[in-house]
Design a protein around this ligand. Structure first.
Ligand code: ADP
Ligand code: MG
Length: 380
């Protein structure tokens, strides 16, 4: 088991590409942390520096309190599982799992018991004498996990290990990994570009963009309080809707206005905007509203949830045209035209919304986010 401490760790590849900007990050002993972000944002580079497979260009990396910047991978007591695990095709599952321990001349009895233990954990006991060619993709991926587990490393590193599995298997293997983490109580760092995977697995997420950490937090902290528009748009499916609006003062209140709508801003956001004005007035903002915070008119829930003592109910419905609906069973996603924007609302399966029909929507402004157009920073 291990804690991991990054202090200004950075990576500049030959040719001057800064793949990872100076990064500070503390990962506690036994934590399951997910590094998540779009392709090319530096996830693998960060993980490979922790593994010792990539040199560190600057900063300090500590494992268990010891600086390991120059410690070779084999001496870091870290096991890494990749997307493209290469099993030895001529060896049985048992020998594949035992290989690393054999190379280290571990006692035979111990190798045997560790392989048995890992095989049991992963449901591979009955496949131990088979060769990889006689296994399904999911079973092979579990063998790759088994090879890491038998080593009893203090730190597990996973680089998109489930990407090659089909959707169903990915979900079940995900659950197995979470169980495994509970059971082993080891520190695990898991890389994925898939925000759903990240949300469902991590104790904490580290959201990366262009080599820079955007936000670190629990899945729900990040979902509910994204630090900027990038994070807000990256986490959540379907993603948050963004609409650029003018901010118009109307007596003591503020309204958000564009060609397609004119809605009052709730008290909480008005105060947040006023506080951020610092003399200069904010004329435009990006309104962010999640699909589940958009309700249909006449939806009983809408009126209850959206009740807002500071806003006159009149005039805060938005007229849209339904482009198409996706009935998913427990919910219906309606993609609606709002001027030049297409917004997605998550409606009840009992919705009356139909393609090509008009629909009136109500934004639950108490749940909305406001972003600064130039920087994407969350204003409130
Ligand atoms: N060996 C390398 N040499 C130069 N640039 C690299 C190398 N490996 C990765 N990069 C660049 O570093 C950035 C981050 O890559 P990577 O860490 O693989 O991202 P991710 O895993 O998030 O997709 C990318 O711009 C990529 O092109
Ligand atoms: Mg990668």
């Amino acid at each position: 088991m291990a804690d991991v401490e990054l202090d200004g760790v950075t990576k500049i590849y030959a040719g001057g590409v800064q793949a990872v900007a100076p990064t500070n990050l503390s990962i506690g002993d036994g934590e399951f942390v997910v590094l998540v972000g779009p392709s090319g944002c530096g996830k693998s580079t960060l993980l490979r520096m922790i593994a010792g497979l990539e040199t560190i260009s600057g900063g300090t990396l500590k494992l268990d309190g010891k600086v390991v910047n120059n410690t070779p991978a084999r001496d870091r007591d870290v096991a890494m599982v990749f997307q493209n695990y290469a099993l030895y095709p001529h060896m049985t599952v048992r020998d594949n799992m035992a290989f690393a321990l054999k190379m280290r001349h571990a006692p035979k009895a111990e190798i045997g018991s560790r392989v048995t233990e890992a095989a049991e954990m992963l449901g591979l006991t009955q496949y131990l004498e088979r060769k990889p060619a006689a296994l399904s993709g999911g079973q092979r991926q579990r063998v790759a996990l088994g090879r890491a587990i038998v080593r009893h490393p203090k730190l597990f590193l996973f680089d998109e290990p489930l990407s090659n599995l089909d959707a169903k298997l990915r979900v079940s293997t995900r659950a197995e990994l979470i169980r495994l983490h509970r059971r082993l109580k080891a520190t695990m760092i898991y890389v994925t570009h898939d925000q759903t995977e990240a949300m469902s697995m991590g104790d904490r997420l580290v959201v990366l963009r262009d080599g820079t950490v955007q936000q670190v937090g629990t899945p729900l902290e990040i979902y509910n309080n994204p630090t900027n528009q990038f994070v807000a748009g990256f986490v959540g499916s379907p993603p948050m809707n963004f609409i650029t609006c003018d901010v118009r003062r109307d007596g003591d209140s503020l309204r958000l206005v564009n060609e397609s709508f004119d809605i009052p801003l709730d008290e909480k956001h008005r105060i947040a905007l006023d506080a951020r004005r610092d003399g200069t007035s904010i004329e435009q903002i990006v309104l962010g509203i999640r699909p589940e915070d958009i309700h249909e008119r006449n939806d009983d829930n809408a009126n209850r949830e959206v009740a807002n003592p500071f806003v006159d109910d009149a005039g805060d419905f938005v007229k849209t045209q339904v482009l198409f609906i996706e009935p998913l069973g427990s919910e219906v996603l309606a993609t609606c035209a709002l001027g030049d924007y297409e917004i997605v609302a998550r409606l009840s399966p009992r919705t009356a919304a139909r393609a090509d029909a008009a629909i009136e929507l109500k934004f639950d402004m108490t749940q909305a986010k406001l972003f600064e157009p130039a920087t994407g920073a969350t204003l409130g």
